[in-house]
Every structure is written in C-alpha cells, then in structure tokens.
Design a protein. Structure first.
Length: 414
C-alpha cells in the first residue's frame, strides 16, 4: 500500500510539473503574440500597426523568437518582418503603409511617437500621409507620399512617384529617382521602364486621390508591351526547341538508315545539310485566363499579379507531337519549355490527369465555380486531357472559367 501511495504522489507531482510547463509555454507565446493585455499599448498615435496583407512565407521575429506572420497580427516596436522567396506582406498604419516584396527584411521602429522603419535588404513600397523616417545602413531618409525603396548591396535606390524623398541636403521630388552611393548621391529623372511587376501591382491600389508621375494609360501600355515581348519570347523558345529536336531526330534517323531517301523534311532550317525524317504532326495551343479580368472582385488576394493584362498566358503557338500523344502531353511539354508553372494530379478513378493550376492560378481562385477547362477545335470534351489523343492540325485552348462551370467560356457541358 505504501508503495502504491508513493507512486500516486510521484505521478501527481509529474502531472503538475507538466501542467506548469504547458502554462508557462502558453504564457511566453501569448505574451509574444499579444494574447494578453491591451493591444492598444502597442499603438502609435492611437492606432495599431498591423499586417494587413500577406502572401506566401513571411516570418515575424520578436524578442529573439521567430514564427509565421499572419494577417491582422498586431506589430510592435522592434519587430522584424522577413518575406521569403515568393512572399509579400503589407504593414499598415494610418500614417504609412509599407509593402514588402519577396526576399525583403525590415524592422519596425518608433521615433518620438512616430512610425519609422529600418530596411536591411530587399524592396519596399511606401504609401504615406505624412513624413516618415526610413533607415538603411546607418543612413536616414525622409519619405513623404508614394515611393519605392530598394537596397542592392552597397546602394540605396529611391523612386518618387508622389511627394518627395530627402537624404541630408539631397531632395528627390515627384518623378525623380535618388541613388545613394558610398561617396555620392545622384538625383535623376524617373523612367517608366524601371517599374517592375511589384511596383506596378502596388501602384494599382494607391489612393486615387494621389496623383502619380506616371499616367495610368502609360502604365497599361508598358504592361501590354511587356506581355507581348514575353509571349514572343515563349514562342521563339518553343520554335527553337522544336527545330533542335527535329535536327537531332534527323541525325539519329540518318545514322540508322544511311541508304534511305526521305521525301519530306521536318526541319525548318532550309540550309541544313542533314538528311531529315518525315514531318511530325503538329497542333496549336493557347492558354487564356481573360474571364478573370471581368471578375477581379472574386479573385483571391494577391493572385492579380499572375493575371496578364490581356488575359493571355500563352499566345497561340504551334507544337509538334508524336502519334498517340494527348492534350496533357502537349500541355506539359509546352509549359516546361516556356517556363509556365503547371500543377496537376492523377485521378485513379478516371485514369486521367487533372489540371490543378497553370501560371499559379488554381481551381476556386476566382469563385466557387472557377477552374481550368480545355477544348479542342472548339469542343469541350467531357473527359480528362490525358485521355484525348491528338490529330494533326488540332487546335487546343486551355481556358479559365469563373462562372457557370464553363458557361462563360462557351461550354454547354454540365
């Protein structure tokens, strides 16, 4: 009985110790995350600093402890925010909103009761209603209005879209850039060609009451021109790889059949001295998501950067294929060559592959009825793309539907 009693006492003590450890852990984490106490104690000028937008992997380091940042988290003086590859976050306050591009690291500071930031690396987009201080490598800048700041190694680059930026006695006003080097500061005219996708996406949500140095029409033209260049580059890559494949096939065929006369050439190089094989069949493929342009209000936050301005991810391109290949085979090869993101899964029940996402646009990203569909020669098959064997001259279109389970892209199959 005494032994049993001692075991009970020991077990009770262990249970209490474990409970105390759990409570202590919760208290530590809760204190760091602001679960206890008045969150207004972290406010600046009566308003909290918080994370209003977050995409991908973003970490928050507080008091030496790092964990994942979440939307609506209340932030404090000294917090360090770091976006990983493909991540993005916006720090919101009434005085200033600071959006962080991927691979960017900043710290929140409070100076004389006002919000300030320290940028360690990367690129940030500031939209301020009053002057704020930004620190980089012991250099202090004063920003007001709308501007972007990037920190390549050994350099600080500021683009002023509205308002001004000041560093010591140097001033860059709207429509100007400021480059801060180790021993000199350069102020010059801002060029619209310097706008990257991150800045263009941030410009789109700036308060319309703030007049920027670049007109909306000029920005849209820049986006359209870049889209056209990208489409042409993709088509050139596809055509080049088809030629290289055809030449290599011709070389191998010639080695295996040195005495055979070939009637047709599959190589597009008219000057090639290599005997060629019979032409492969070919089809065309197009990838579109233009329906999203009419449903941007339903689009998942942050996905707008994957939607081309004209809704075309891949312009109509000609692709060679071998007998027995399917729509899925050609789509997979095309996306791989053109550098277009593609995600799919195999469905054993139907013995077919299912297209989950193209160009980082997935099912349900633009409403409960949204997702990818395909059609061949204007017809929407009612079976998977890996079950549709192609014929010479087929026209493939991958299209994103937002409404009516395909009704908005012309499908009548339900």
């Amino acid at each position: 009985m005494k032994k049993l009693s001692k075991n009970k006492i020991y077990n009770s003590i262990m249970a209490i110790a474990i409970m105390l450890m759990v409570v202590a852990g919760v208290m530590v984490v809760g204190n760091l995350r602001g679960w206890f106490g008045d969150t207004n104690s972290y406010a600046i000028n009566g308003e909290n600093v918080s994370c209003s937008e977050k995409i991908g992997a973003v970490s928050l380091e507080r008091d030496g402890v790092s964990y994942e940042l979440k939307e609506n988290d209340v932030l404090r003086d000294g917090d360090i925010i770091e976006t990983k590859h493909g991540g993005m976050a916006t720090i919101k306050h009434s005085d200033a909103n600071l959006s962080l591009n991927d691979n960017t690291k900043v710290s929140i500071k409070t100076e004389e009761g006002n919000l300030a930031f320290e940028v360690f690396r990367g690129e940030a987009f500031a939209d301020t209603n009053k002057k704020i201080n930004v620190h980089v490598d012991e250099k202090e800048l004063e920003l007001e209005g709308v501007s972007s700041i990037s920190v390549p190694i050994g350099t600080i680059e500021v683009l002023v879209l509205n308002g001004n930026a000041k560093y010591k006695e140097n001033l860059a006003e709207q429509g100007q850039t400021m480059t801060i080097l180790e021993k000199e500061v350069l102020v010059g005219e801002a060029k619209i060609e310097s706008l990257n996708e991150f800045i263009i996406a941030r410009i789109a949500i700036v308060d319309t009451g703030k007049s920027l140095c670049f007109k909306e029409a000029d920005i849209e033209k820049l986006k359209s021109d870049r889209q056209a260049e990208e489409e042409n580059a993709k088509k050139e890559i596809l055509a080049k790889e088809d030629d290289e494949i055809a030449v290599e096939e011709a070389r191998q065929y010639t080695i295996a059949n040195p005495n055979e006369t070939v009637k047709k050439s599959s190589s597009k190089d008219k000057d090639s001295k290599i005997p060629a094989i019979l032409e492969s069949d070919s089809c065309t493929i197009t990838i579109r998501c233009d329906t999203i342009l009419n449903n941007m209000g339903d689009l998942t936050s942050g996905k707008n950067k994957y939607v081309p301005s004209n809704g075309t991810i891949l312009a109509t391109s000609s692709i060679d294929f071998d007998e027995g290949e399917t729509v899925f085979d050609v789509l997979k090869r095309t996306c791989s060559r053109a550098g277009i993101q593609l995600e799919y899964s195999y469905t054993p029940l139907y013995g077919s592959y299912y297209i989950q996402g193209i160009n980082n646009l997935y099912e349900f990203d633009c409403g409960a009825e949204s997702g990818w569909m395909y059609k061949v020669n204007g017809w929407f098959p009612n079976y998977g793309s890996s079950s549709y064997e192609l014929k010479d001259g087929d026209s493939i279109v991958l299209c994103y539907t937002c409404k009516g389970l395909g009704a908005d892209v012309g499908s009548t199959f339900m």
